[in-house]
Ligand binder design. Structure first.
Ligand SMILES: [Zn+2]
Length: 126
């Protein structure tokens, strides 16, 4: 994935970006009529069509993200102890961006080991 964030958050981000892009294109296309008059209408038409497609795509992404989040596994993050959702076997925590995995072969550390490590840290600091 492109950003260091959880998959659900990333879907939302792409949805938002596409919505902004779509709206921007529609506004620019309409502005084309004002600036270039008759010839600007072609630009406006293209802008409106692409803008509409981008908006529809963003809607699809939002819908997809909604569907995915219903099937997402809800769990307490072992790092920050907040309730997060993860998609697939490996995802990042929505809050602290820690990479979480359900696959024991992918894991570098188990939740139990992490807990032991944290309690060891607390005792060594205190
Ligand atoms: Zn976390």
């Amino acid at each position: 994935m492109f950003f260091k964030s959880s998959k659900i958050n990333e879907f939302r981000l792409w949805g938002l970006l596409l919505t902004m892009l779509g709206m921007g294109l529609m506004v620019l296309g309409t502005a084309g009529i004002v600036f270039w008059g008759q010839s600007g209408k072609v630009v406006a038409a293209i802008g409106l069509v692409i803008g509409l497609i981008a908006m529809l795509a963003s809607l699809a992404i939002y819908f997809w993200a909604g569907m995915l989040s219903t099937s997402a596994v809800q769990l307490e993050c072992p790092e920050c102890h907040k309730l997060t959702k993860m998609l697939g076997k490996t995802d990042r925590c929505m809050f602290c961006k820690t990479i979480l995995t359900l696959d024991p072969t992918e894991a570098t550390i188990t939740a139990d080991q992490l807990e032991q490590q944290q309690s060891a840290d607390v005792t060594s600091q205190g």
